[in-house]
Design a protein around this ligand. Structure first.
Ligand SMILES: Nc1ncnc2c1ncn2[C@@H]1O[C@H](COP(=O)(O)OP(=O)(O)OP(=O)(O)O)[C@@H](O)[C@H]1O
Ligand SMILES: [Mg+2]
Length: 402
């Protein structure tokens, strides 16, 4: 059928034509927003799940919900080895700009922007001019693009925890004046450097005690809760973890049928069976197989044969884009490790068995395992177990020539 009208959208963070199966999460967040705006104690939400399961898309939907309530919002995507100071500054700047035009006292908003600028310009402790000398020439000073002079003596101590508490409190106070709140979204939260994670949790903890209307909404891989709790033991009471999983049969069908209906196209029941069999309900795969099937089908209703004809095209695209791009990032030793994991099955596997399969001592494999963890290709579901973060990755590896 007409590829121009093809509604499906495989791709990282791509808004799906139908956000299926997430009504519970959206409903819970409505309650969180309402409670926080009324100054009630409430835990922040943190979404966790495998690659391609729809965390970023849901995080964006939660952001739209907050914007719909006239909250100020901003978002960061954490990167390993990058401090969150500047990204957080930029995100809060965005949030304040969203709500500032409604504030009656521009001087008060400017005062908070001055604090934000001071926070943004503050070098991390220990990385002053002496720390920058190594490059041989001065690094140009970064400019946050805020038109007011930087304040002095607030949110600029260099200690991220203290600075975040002060900055969050000031930003939240502007929102309080307007009877709204501020939501800061943190994607790939497992990649926030350990010191920064601890500062962020501490700042949220401090803020939640004062009832200030600012929340941090996170998303990350399945081991994110253990990253947070090893940083601050009280993080379990701070965040409400929502596991984002693959879609059930009803959700996957809706994700395919609703967009097609809007184009006057239908699926046969057998076609939907076949699509669920190949996608396993994983949102990325639902979009990928839906897209090629649409293009392959000559007319509505889309039948089972159309799915079977199209599936190899999607398999090939996924092998390059979804699996291959990640496999490429692994070193030979890491690839051996992952192949051994794949040989042991699809669920979490004991690290001791991986070592056995490779005929090696477990300790000699720690570097490979640790770098795979750092690259986000595997995660540790619980002590002594490893699993792929990418759904169907074991199946993909088993299909590769040795
Ligand atoms: N609820 C949903 N219904 C239908 N399609 C969805 C849904 N959620 C996500 N998708 C689709 O799945 C794909 C992956 O979504 P997204 O990038 O949000 O996943 P992710 O969990 O953030 O992945 P990663 O861990 O790689 O960042 C996108 O193509 C998106 O359109
Ligand atoms: Mg994502």
């Amino acid at each position: 059928m007409d590829p121009v009208r093809n509604p499906y959208a495989p791709g990282a963070g791509q808004r799906p034509p139908e956000l299926a199966g997430r009504d519970r999460e959206l409903g819970q967040f409505e309650v969180v927003l309402e409670r926080i705006a009324r100054g009630r104690p409430e835990r922040s939400l943190v979404l966790t799940g495998l690659r391609g399961v729809g965390k970023t898309v849901l995080l964006n939907a939660l952001r739209s919900q907050a914007i719909g309530r006239l909250w100020g919002t901003g978002k960061i995507e954490a990167r390993p080895d990058q401090s969150i100071r500047r990204p957080v500054a930029a995100a809060l700047h965005m949030a304040l700009r969203e709500i500032a035009p409604r504030h009656r006292d521009p001087d008060r908003v400017d005062a908070v922007l001055g604090v934000l600028k001071a926070f943004a310009l503050r070098e991390p402790a220990g990385a002053g001019p002496a720390g920058r000398r190594g490059a041989g020439r001065a690094v140009p000073r970064w400019q946050p693009g805020i038109d007011v002079p930087a304040a002095l003596g607030r949110a600029d101590s260099g200690d991220l925890e203290i600075d975040l508490v002060e900055l969050f409190a000031d930003a939240a106070s502007v929102a309080t004046d307007l009877c709204v709140g501020i939501a800061l979204y943190v994607d790939e939260m497992q990649d926030v450097p350990p010191g920064d994670v601890s500062a962020l949790c501490a700042a949220c903890h401090e803020l939640s005690q004062t009832g200030a209307p600012l929340i941090v909404v996170g998303a990350g891989l399945p081991h994110l809760p253990s990253v947070l709790s090893s940083s601050k033991s009280y993080s379990e009471r701070l965040f409400h973890y929502l596991r984002i999983d693959r879609l059930d049969r009803e959700g996957a069908d809706r994700a395919l049928k609703a967009p097609a209906e809007r184009e006057g196209v239908e699926f046969s029941a057998e076609a939907l069976d076949a699509l669920y069999a190949v996608s396993g309900g994983y949102p990325y795969f639902v979009q990928a197989y839906g897209k090629v099937t649409w293009d392959a089908a000559p007319a509505s209703p889309i039948g089972k044969d159309d799915v079977l004809v199209a599936a190899p095209t999607a398999d090939a695209e996924l092998a390059v884009g979804f699996f291959g791009s990640r496999y490429e990032r692994a070193t030979p030793a890491e690839r051996d490790y992952m192949r051994a994991m794949a040989g042991l099955g699809d669920g979490p596997v004991p690290t001791a068995e991986v070592a056995d399969a490779l005929g090696r001592k477990p300790s000699s494999l720690s570097p490979a395992r640790d770098s795979l963890l750092k690259k986000g290709l595997v995660y540790s579901a619980e002590r002594g177990l490893v699993a792929f973060t990418v759904p169907h990755f074991g199946q993909f590896l088993r299909g590769q020539p040795g």
